[in-house]
Ligand binder design. Structure first.
Ligand SMILES: Cc1cc2nc3c(=O)[nH]c(=O)nc-3n(C[C@H](O)[C@H](O)[C@H](O)COP(=O)(O)OP(=O)(O)OC[C@H]3O[C@@H](n4cnc5c(N)ncnc54)[C@H](O)[C@@H]3O)c2cc1C
Length: 103
C-alpha cells in the first residue's frame, strides 16, 4: 500500500485501512479515524481517474494512563513527530479530562 494515499501501489482501485491494512503506522482506532477520510477521497479519485490529493500523515495516538484518574495522549505521525489534534488542550500533560476521554 502507498502509506499516504492508502492505495495499493499497483492496483489503485484497491484501498485498505485499519489493523489489516499494510501501511506502517501504529495500529489504533485513532489511526483508522484519520485514514477513513483519506481513503474515501482516494477512492473517489480512483473512480474518476485523477491523482490523489488527500494524504494520510501516519497519525496515531496512544492513551497513557499515568494515575488512577489521569491520562495523557501520545499523538504522533510517521516520523514520530508530535501531532497534537486538540487545539485547546495540551494532551501531552497528564490530565483528568483526558482520563474521562479514555473512560
Ligand atoms: C486491548 C486493546 C486496547 C486498545 N486501545 C485503543 C485505544 O485506546 N485507542 C485506540 O485508538 N486504539 C486502541 N486499540 C486499537 C484499536 O482497537 C484497533 O486499532 C481498531 O479497532 C482497528 O479497527 P479495524 O476496523 O481495523 O479492525 P477491528 O476493530 O479488529 O475490526 C475488524 C472486524 O472484522 C471482523 N472480522 C474478522 N474476520 C472476519 C471475517 N472473516 N468475516 C467477517 N468479519 C470478520 C472482526 O470480528 C471485527 O469486528 C486497542 C486495541 C486493543 C486490542
Amino acid at each position: 500500500m502507498d502509506s499516504t494515499t492508502v492505495q495499493h501501489v499497483r492496483h489503485p482501485e484497491i484501498l485498505a485501512l485499519g489493523d489489516a491494512g499494510s501501511t506502517p503506522n501504529s495500529k489504533t482506532g485513532a489511526a483508522v479515524r484519520n485514514q477513513a477520510p483519506v481513503l474515501v477521497k482516494s477512492l473517489l479519485v480512483a473512480i474518476n481517474g485523477a491523482v490523489p490529493a488527500a494524504r494520510y500523515s501516519g497519525y496515531s495516538s496512544c492513551p497513557l494512563t499515568t494515575a488512577r484518574a489521569k491520562m495523557l495522549l501520545a499523538e504522533f505521525d510517521y516520523p514520530l513527530r508530535p501531532a497534537p489534534s486538540h487545539p485547546f488542550i495540551d494532551s501531552t500533560k497528564e490530565r483528568g479530562d483526558m482520563w474521562l476521554l479514555k473512560r
